[in-house]
Ligand binder design. Sequence first.
Ligand SMILES: NC(=O)c1ccc[n+]([C@@H]2O[C@H](COP(=O)([O-])OP(=O)(O)OC[C@H]3O[C@@H](n4cnc5c(N)ncnc54)[C@H](OP(=O)(O)O)[C@@H]3O)[C@@H](O)[C@H]2O)c1
Length: 321
Amino acid sequence: MLAAYATAINPEDPLAGFEVGELEPAAPPADWVTVEVRAAALNHHDVWALRGFGLSEEQLPMVLGCDAAGVDPDGNEVIVHALVGDPEWPGEETDDPRRSILSEQHPGTLAERVSVPRRNLVAKPPSLGFAEAACLPTAYLTAFRMLFTKARLRPGETVLVQGAGGGVATAAIILATAAGARVWATSRSEDKRELASRLGADAAFETGARLPDRVDAVIETVGEATWGHSLRSVRNGGRIVVAGSTSGPSPSADLPRLFFRELEVLGSTMGTCAELVRLVAFLDTTGARPLIDRTIPLAEARTGLEAMVAGELQGKVVLQP
Ligand SMILES: NC(=O)c1ccc[n+]([C@@H]2O[C@H](COP(=O)([O-])OP(=O)(O)OC[C@H]3O[C@@H](n4cnc5c(N)ncnc54)[C@H](OP(=O)(O)O)[C@@H]3O)[C@@H](O)[C@H]2O)c1
């Protein structure tokens, strides 16, 4: 089948080990189901994989991709949840120490077909197109969990979204706006600040700018470059939810500010299948939709990945097999 896959790990030049061509992965476990992919979406996770995070040389070649929507063997339109774990694990999938994300241990979604355990399939409502549905399982699910499960955001509260141009950040702006929160965003780029406003942010500021007031919660995926600003911007007893560190992983913790102002710092990764079901229902009822930068054939996946590495995107890249 046609697939976009990693043939080599290269920390400096991730695209050097990226190919699109014919690849037939090993047969999946007998009790898994195979979905005909109608749309898949790129994530920064694919670039991290090509750099060697979460993917090792012994697993190559590996089909990349965490996000897909398609049709199951019974003809149902489905969205694929990307976390694969131990079926016996009693808690949330996100806490399962044996969990992996599609394309780390099992072939990913950037292909004509993807196989997963049946419990990973979520019904796609007719109101969502395949391209929109394919954007949800990573960036949108991560933002959904950060906002509503971890930050416990309520309508009327103010949330600060750092790095407005990122995939998770744009998702957070769209979802928080639809939920009735006041959304403030930061970005280094004027274009992206304008984008944030178009998506519903009440105000957009330059990265690091002093805000008019302290916020109830912060959505932090940028890391070192914005961490100090996040700590300074949140109100006493407020919540900072962290799911990424694009600009660097080791900022100053500023412990006195943390304990003296009783801040909550919460880590967050992906989301559960139950949260994906709630996210789909949320979009179905509110009419909010993912922001898509472009939809291109799977065969042209390299151009989408190049644009992502260059930081040129405004929204998701959707691939159609
Ligand atoms: N834990 C999880 O489950 C999970 C899920 C998805 C993603 N992630 C992680 O979350 C992070 C964000 O991913 P993403 O795909 O949403 O976006 P991204 O493209 O990695 O970038 C996020 C934003 O960070 C800002 N930024 C980057 N470098 C910066 C710098 N030096 N100074 C100031 N701002 C900077 C940029 O915002 P502006 O250009 O607007 O300033 C950029 O749009 C990644 O590290 C990703 O691996 C984690």
